[in-house]
Each structure stands twice: as structure tokens, then as C-alpha cells.
Design a protein around this ligand. Structure first.
Ligand SMILES: C[S@@+](CC[C@H](N)C(=O)[O-])C[C@H]1O[C@@H](n2cnc3c(N)ncnc32)[C@H](O)[C@@H]1O
Length: 209
């Protein structure tokens, strides 16, 4: 199977598909952290090169609901921020509407104001053997829902939460991730589940292939 892993510098998903003998390539504006097939540049340069499956991790900085306190100031929408968020949505939608049979897009919960399409499911790292919470949504086309592989009952937040609430004496969490790269790198357990479950025929949204 020819697999494009778009917006990936870590090689995490790419290398799990390669382990299963697939022809997988990552693509990012950044170089790959781990040597392997990688296109450094704009994903739209190569998106029409005949892929069977695309898994994409588009940037979420302006889309994520976690950025709501920058979008709304004194109950008004920050217009500069809204323009950036609509650009990010446009990028996401171009990936979503790509001419590729099987597509998975991954992002956190988006701001409601953006009216993103409804996701197919929500997953957490602690469902795939990592002791962390980081709610992640998947938008799937012609792919089955990702099944948890190893559910842990004890976990801590991976990302900081409610950082703005510290001044108001509210409960906050510093998160576990040390820097932006660590916070956006795909967890190994999730990458492995994607390769294991999406590279073989099976149930697609209730229908047997
Ligand atoms: C949230 S990070 C995803 C990281 C990924 N989970 C990983 O493990 O490498 C989003 C990535 O999208 C990349 N990106 C942004 N615009 C892009 C474009 N036009 N073409 C390819 N990659 C792009 C960024 O450089 C960034 O590394």
C-alpha cells in the first residue's frame, strides 16, 4: 500500500507502516527527525501522486479549542486570530477533501466558531499504552474506527491546561510534555495501532470489506 503521512517530522506513523512492508513516506516543511523516506516541503506538491492512504496531522495552533482564550477577548472575537484560524481550517479541509481513497486526519477538539466537520471518534494515549491524557479527534474516510490496544487506568495530562486560570486561583496543570516538539509528536502506541489496523482489510464503519 502507498501511504502518505502528511505533516509528520517524527517518522512515527511512517516507520510503523514501513515495518509492515508498506511503501510509506512522511512529508513536512521540517526535515525528518529519524532517517527514512521523507519529502521536505509543501504536502500539496505531492498529494496527487497516487496514494492509497493518507494520514495527516495538520497544525492545530489556531484551530484548537485550547486556544479559546486568545480567540475571545472581553467577549469579542479577535479578528486577527480568526483570520489565522480560518486559514488553518482551509488547510485542514483541503487535506480532508483530497482525492485519496482512505484518509485519516488527526487534531484536538476544535473551536466551535470554525464549524469543522464532525469527527469520527476521539482517542486518548492512555488507550494505547501511554500513561497520559491528550484528547485527540480523528476524521476518517473509508477507514474503521481505531480500536484501543492497551487501556491504562492511571494517567496524567500530557499538555498544560487552564494556564490562564492560575491568576484567578483556579486549578491548573503544567502538563508532562517538555517542549512543542514533544507535545505534538504522535505517540508510538497510536502510530502502531494505525499501521496494524488500517493496513489490513476489515470492517469499515460497520460494513465488511
Ligand atoms: C502538529 S505538527 C504534527 C507533528 C506530527 N504529529 C509528528 O509526529 O511529526 C504539524 C506539522 O505540520 C507541518 N506543516 C505545516 N504546513 C505544512 C505544509 N504545507 N506541508 C507539510 N507540512 C506542513 C508543520 O511543519 C508541523 O511539523
Amino acid at each position: 500500500m502507498r501511504v502518505l503521512v502528511a505533516c509528520e517530522y517524527s517518522g512515527a506513523v511512517r516507520d510503523e507502516f514501513i515495518k509492515l512492508q508498506h511503501d510509506a513516506m512522511s512529508c513536512d516543511l521540517l526535515p525528518t527527525d529519524v532517517p527514512g523516506p521523507h519529502y521536505q516541503g509543501d504536502v500539496f506538491d505531492i498529494i496527487n501522486d497516487g496514494w492509497d492512504l493518507m494520514i495527516a496531522h495538520p497544525p492545530c495552533t489556531y484551530i484548537s479549542r485550547a486556544g479559546a482564550r486568545w480567540m475571545y477577548q472581553n467577549n469579542n472575537v479577535n479578528q486577527e486570530r480568526l483570520i489565522k484560524a480560518l486559514d488553518a481550517k482551509d488547510f485542514f479541509m483541503k487535506l480532508y477533501n483530497a482525492d485519496i481513497e482512505k484518509i485519516a486526519l488527526e487534531n484536538p477538539t476544535p473551536l466551535q466558531i470554525l464549524k469543522m466537520p464532525l469527527p469520527s471518534q476521539a482517542i486518548e494515549p492512555f488507550q494505547f499504552g501511554h500513561p497520559f491524557s491528550k484528547r485527540t479527534l480523528l476524521w476518517l474516510k473509508n477507514l474503521p474506527l481505531l480500536k484501543p490496544t492497551n487501556i491504562l487506568n492511571q494517567y496524567t495530562p500530557f499538555l498544560p491546561s487552564n494556564t490562564g486560570g492560575a491568576k484567578r486561583g483556579e486549578k491548573t496543570h503544567r502538563g508532562t510534555a517538555k517542549n512543542w516538539k514533544e507535545s505534538s509528536t504522535t505517540f508510538k502506541g497510536i502510530a502502531k495501532a494505525m499501521a496494524d489496523q488500517w493496513s489490513k482489510p476489515g470492517l469499515i464503519q460497520g460494513k465488511l470489506l
